[in-house]
Design a protein. Structure first.
Length: 314
């Protein structure tokens, strides 16, 4: 069905330095798609202000007064990118939605190709970077390690895909059926099983401001993915426990034989090493189990994922 309604969802947190540029580029692209009869005239852009503490709110409010095609959802606090995106997906009523970060390091012009794929019958269209923007060795290395770790643990996600994607209304309705509080959208959307495809683009350099995606953020995202989609760490604890039990058995046998043969040499080194080794395994195991239990606690509390302060131009 041609001329379907599109809403572009843009989560933003303290993006005052890049926001004017992003608004200009996205509104120009929206107008181009409308003028080419690719999307309906009531298509819009929705910025999710994720509790920004800089001038982001004022910039968005100013543009809302000028352009009624710009909508804003102001959250009461910083709930994180995943929850901010969910806020938009849950509230907005549209035939299709495209999510993209406010820094536009994802090439927004390929949205045209995404919409065309939607008309071909695809419910999910992933934006995949075929060439990354220049970045530090640490960040590049951590990204490579992230995808290898996900693959090793059997977590199905698109390589070099972030949160730049198109979702049909059908995909959004199926996404809403997932009720968990610990959100990893890349994994959940991948598991929907709907007809999907990729569009490729080159990553762009950030023109202004600082990225919110640090190495520590990537590590946190990886841990969320692991504890939400894999029980491999728990099975690893069981394997380590079994291996430790076997080693302990042979140590006990050796100790008994040494005692009987009267050639045991008293000393604290071996004792300390054994205590430290097994103590570290126990503490690490308890920590991993604690992480999984914390996820259960979060689910049981059933607290809202976000709180809306206000909405403009809805």
């Amino acid at each position: 069905m041609k001329n379907s309604k599109l809403v572009i969802i843009v989560p933003c947190y303290n993006e005052e330095e890049i926001l004017e540029y992003s608004i200009l580029q996205l509104t120009m692209l929206l107008d181009i798609m409308i003028n080419n009869n690719l999307i309906s005239t009531n298509s819009k852009i929705c910025f999710i202000n994720d509790g920004s503490t800089d001038n982001t709110s004022n910039i968005l409010e100013k543009h809302c007064k000028i352009n009624k095609k710009i909508m804003v959802i102001n959250l009461t606090n910083n709930f994180g990118q995943q929850n901010a995106i969910l806020a938009g997906l849950n509230i907005i009523d549209s035939d299709m939605v495209i999510t993209i970060d406010a820094d536009l390091q994802d090439d927004h012009t390929v949205m045209i190709d995404m919409v065309k794929k939607y008309y071909e019958g695809y419910d999910i269209v992933y934006g995949v970077r075929q060439k990354r923007e220049p970045s530090s060795f640490l960040k590049t290395g951590s990204a490579i390690l992230f995808y290898k770790l996900m693959n090793l643990l059997g977590i199905q996600i698109r390589k070099n895909h972030s949160e730049f994607r198109l979702l049909s209304c059908r995909a959004i309705e199926k996404l809403k059926e997932f009720k968990e509080k610990t959100i990893f959208l890349r994994g959940i959307i991948q598991s929907l099983g709907l007809k999907s495809c990729d569009v490729y683009y080159d990553g762009l350099e950030r023109l202004a401001g600082k990225t919110k995606y640090s190495v520590f953020t990537l590590f946190g995202l990886a841990w969320t993915a692991i504890t939400s989609f894999s029980i491999m760490p728990l099975r690893l604890i069981t394997s380590i426990g079994l291996l430790s039990g076997i080693i302990s058995f042979f140590i006990i046998i050796y100790g008994i034989i040494s005692y009987i043969k009267h050639y045991a040499v008293p000393g604290w080194t071996s004792i300390i090493m054994t205590i430290v080794f097994f103590s570290s395994i126990i503490i690490m195991s308890l920590g991993i189990i604690g992480e999984y239990l914390s996820k259960v606690l979060i689910e049981v509390k059933d607290r809202p994922l976000y709180q809306i302060d206000s909405m403009i131009n809805f």
